[in-house]
Ligand binder design. Structure first.
Ligand SMILES: Cc1cc2nc3c(=O)[nH]c(=O)nc-3n(C[C@H](O)[C@H](O)[C@H](O)COP(=O)(O)OP(=O)(O)OC[C@H]3O[C@@H](n4cnc5c(N)ncnc54)[C@H](O)[C@@H]3O)c2cc1C
Length: 819
């Protein structure tokens, strides 16, 4: 075994070996993989080998697509067969909501170039002759299906061996029976790993340890939110009916998924493999994998699987004639949202995670591809926010992860409504006024562990969501909240905002080098600033206020707390000239916005609120009611006259009550997250994470006015200059969709020109209650971005006409917010 390496990958499952392969492919050959047993000894050896392209996530969809393409090439490249059976993949639907889900997915698939077809029950029967389409009595009737012709199943161990061959051929070293048992930092900042076979020093470490992610994380001081859950599949004996069909020349049947009954079924040696995602599957190894568990399995629990077995027999009656040969029940790594953890670890340098894979055979290719890109180039090549390990924060207690992972597992096949808010492990993290909001009828959702009021049910209306891909039960109530804010005054609780305090003599210069805009130099000024990636993409958005000399207050999205904190911390100068404090938990935030907001606040503060004394984009530190040290900032995300109050958290109750008492004469009312979405779309305000991502530069996002190329160096500047010279490939647009009955755009829909060519993608959408228009935001080729251009959009399978609107279609001159 080498004693030094540029990268050590810990873990020889398919994910670790793929990471090694892709690092080697990128030209790094001084790389070593350490595996405690033999390659594939974790979950990889017993995986069913399915490669579903279907995924609702724009990022994960791209990773899966890359994998499937790679696995087709690998045998020719490495000489190792991988038994890739390109059978296709059929997902059945037995209700209209399921078809809506498939149609919503089709938008994502179109924008990332995954081939698919939505097919009729008759086409299902043609593809899958052994199926019973259902009569609606004994079994549910098939109403349609989604068919992917390009995927199928593979032999996971063969795949791992092919990747191994490819990595070794490029100089990578693999050591089996080599367990990493301890880790420390060398004085030079490298990783010193102790193994049962000796010591090794590495510049970078990648953890790809599957079910061991938590104990590996602990060695590095990390609480990794990945805990495995039990997962079964049943292996059946040969089926006489299947055998007859195949012997008569029938092709291998597509992998079948009956989503509404939560199982998959595929051929295996003239018999079947049936894999249910059942309720009641327990999380395992929350404290780490015990020593006795090697290449083992758990006892099968047929009772738990029985409802799914019976459902499969109703759909494929000949299944009842097959005996069960084997039951495989193994640990499958999960995370609370079901997506893997791919990217840098937080708080430490040169440590990378490729953990938490529940579809690891499918994702291995793509995750290795992007992680290698990240290590070698310093940035991933695509937007990886949806899988970035830093999307989680310190709130992932063991019990939280256990409950969420069990919930995510049993929900693998449920309909993934865009407004879905799953109930387990909630409420956990709440704003101080949570109970008050609940009494006002709040219907909560959860983001980054925080409970946030999505909307408020008025008296007499049940405070529950009816999730849908279309306008739903809360539509009119969200409209009322939005209009009340536009006409009178609304309050939004944005306590979850991420908040940092930056101080010291070097603060201004340091921040200025991180963002594209000029950081405010005058005390009391506010600037919207974007930190970019080296490729010029938008990493994050900060609202930066100069509170005092050498004192900046930096606010960003609530869900970006660890992501932003980690970035800032890793960029911090080591000479002590700048101090950084994450004060997210010590300040609350209420937005008070609307034409009457000045009158409400005037009752509570002595700060002069007129435009001359307190203009748009300025802030003051003042008293409000009994609260001291309130940062009163004249900004908001809804495009109204208004202020954000950032206050010491202990004043939350007082300020809330004081605002409502002062606002009684002015129709003050709460507005929730969904009203905020409607209001911000009317103003074309871009949301970090959906409209603003590393895939697009500020020029593409139409944020030119927040870029100062003449101010000196900042991260991403070179890339922006190159883009200006070469041409900006996309433009950000706001558009109105015509003829919408009940399904507004929501993001990830393809955009077309009038001839039906795909020319862009939507990133967000909703109904603008003030404008009374169905609105969307998105990126499009520049020649289609002019105001008034006719374009098309596909929403839930229906092609609609749309028109490009002026940026900020509501109050384009900003008269409201500057009133
Ligand atoms: C029953 C079942 C069926 C499945 N079917 C599918 C499927 O059809 N399609 C699909 O995409 N996915 C499937 N999966 C999931 C898939 O098996 C996993 O997502 C995938 O194998 C994860 O690969 P990995 O490399 O991340 O982890 P693993 O394969 O578990 O590899 C991790 C490796 O790290 C090693 N390791 C841990 N700690 C150390 C240490 N300290 N030092 C050195 N080595 C260490 C372990 O020994 C292990 O070999 C299935 C899972 C189960 C349980």
């Amino acid at each position: 075994m080498k004693t030094h390496a540029r990268v050590v990958v810990i873990g020889g499952g398919v994910v670790g070996v793929s990471t090694l392969y892709h690092l080697a492919l990128k030209g790094w050959s001084d790389i070593v993989l350490l595996e405690r047993a033999e390659l594939t000894a974790g979950s990889t050896w017993h995986a069913a080998g399915l490669l579903p392209l279907f995924n609702m996530s724009y990022t994960v969809g791209q990773l899966h697509k890359y994998s499937v393409d790679l696995y087709k090439r690998l045998p020719a490249e490495t000489g190792q067969d991988v038994s890739f059976h390109v059978t296709g993949n059929l997902r059945l639907a037995t209700c209209s909501e399921r078809m809506d889900e498939y149609q919503k997915y089709c938008g994502t698939a179109n924008t990332i170039g995954v081939p698919f077809k939505v097919i009729t029950p008759k086409e299902v029967r043609d593809l899958w002759p052994l199926i019973d389409l259902g009569d609606g009595v004994a079994s549910a009737k098939i109403v349609g299906a989604l068919y992917h012709p390009d995927d199928g199943h593979i032999a996971p161990a063969d795949l791992t061996m092919a990747l191994r061959k490819g990595a070794r051929a490029r100089g990578a070293e693999i050591n089996e029976q080599t367990e990493v048992t301890a880790v420390k930092r060398t004085p030079a900042g490298e990783w010193h790993l102790t193994t049962n076979k000796g010591e090794i020093i590495a510049e970078h470490v990648v953890c790809a340890t599957g079910n061991y992610a938590r104990q590996t994380g602990r060695m590095f001081g990390l609480n990794v939110p990945s805990i495995p859950v039990e997962h079964h599949y049943i292996v059946y004996d040969q089926s006489p009916e299947l055998k007859a069909y195949r012997q008569a020349g029938g092709r291998e049947l597509a992998v079948l998924r009956e989503s509404d009954q939560s199982y998959y079924l595929r051929e295996e040696r003239m018999g079947w493999i049936l894999g249910p995602y059942e309720a009641g599957a327990p999380a395992r190894f929350a404290d780490g994998v015990p020593d006795w568990f090697g290449k083992n399995l758990f006892e099968g629990d047929l009772d738990r699987l029985l409802p799914h077995v019976e459902a499969a027999q109703r759909r494929v009656p000949s299944l009842a004639n097959c005996g069960i040969k084997d039951i495989v029940n193994g640990p499958i790594a999960y995370t609370p949202d079901g997506s893997p953890l791919i990217g840098p670890a937080w708080g430490v340098r040169n440590l990378w995670l490729n953990e938490g894979h529940s579809f690891g055979i499918t994702a291995a290719g793509g995750s290795g591809w992007q992680l290698a890109e990240w290590l070698v180039e310093g940035e991933p090549g695509i937007d990886m926010l949806a899988v970035d390990p830093r999307r989680y924060g310190p709130y992932t207690a063991k019990r939280y992860v256990v409950q969420k992972n069990e919930e995510t597992y049993r929900n693998v096949f449920v309909i993934h409504f865009p407004d879905e808010e799953r109930p387990d492990a909630r409420p956990a993290k709440t704003s101080p006024v949570y109970d008050k909001l609940a009494r006002m009828g709040a219907v909560f959702g959860q983001r980054y562990g925080w409970e946030r009021a999505n909307w408020f049910a008025p008296p007499g209306v049940a405070p529950v969501d009816r999730w849908s891909f279309r306008r739903s039960n809360y539509f009119e109530h969200v409209g009322r909240e939005a209009l009340n804010l536009r006409r009178h005054v609304g309050v939004i609780d944005l306590t979850p905002f991420t908040k940092h305090e930056v101080g010291g003599p070097g603060a201004e210069a340091w921040l200025d080098g991180l963002v594209a805009n000029k950081v405010p130099t005058k005390v009391g000024r506010i600037a919207l600033c974007h930190a970019l990636t080296r490729r010029g993409g938008i990493r994050t958005e900060f609202t930066i206020t100069k509170i005092a000399e050498q004192h900046y207050y930096v606010v960003s999205a609530g869900a970006a707390e660890r992501y932003d904190s980690d970035y800032l911390l890793k960029q911090l100068p080591q000479d002590g000239s700048v101090t950084l404090r994450n004060i997210t938990m010590s300040r609350g935030c209420f937005v008070v916005a609307g034409p009457r907001s000045r009158e409400v606040l005037a009752r509570l503060t002595d700060a002069p609120l007129d435009n001359g004394s307190f203009p748009w984009l300025s802030g003051q530190v003042t008293e409000v009611g009994l609260a001291t040290d309130v940062y009163l900032l004249r900004v908001n995300f809804v495009g109204a006259l208004g202020w954000e109050l950032h206050f010491p958290i202990e004043y939350a109750h007082h300020l809330f009550d004081a605002l409502f008492a002062a606002g009684k004469d002015f129709n003050i009312a709460m507005a929730g997250m969904r009203a905020m979405e409607s209001l911000r779309l009317e103003k074309s305000y871009r949301m970090w994470g959906s409209d603003l991502t590393p895939d697009y530069t500020p020029y593409e996002a139409g944020l030119d006015r927040f870029v100062r190329l003449n101010k000196g160096a900042f991260v991403g500047k070179d890339a922006l200059e190159r883009q200006l010279a070469n041409g900006v490939p996309h433009r950000f647009i706001t558009f109105e969709v015509h003829g919408v009955k009940d399904a507004d755009p929501l993001g990830n829909e393809p955009l077309f020109d009038v001839d039906g060519n795909m020319v862009g993608r939507a990133t967000a959408g909703y109904y603008g209650h003030t404008l009374r228009k169905s609105l969307g935001l998105g990126y499009i080729k520049p020649q289609y971005a002019a105001v008034g251009t006719d374009i098309g959009i596909e929403i839930l399978g229906e092609r609609k006409r749309a028109t490009v609107l002026v940026d900020s279609p509501y109050d384009p001159d900003n008269k409201d917010l500057k009133a």
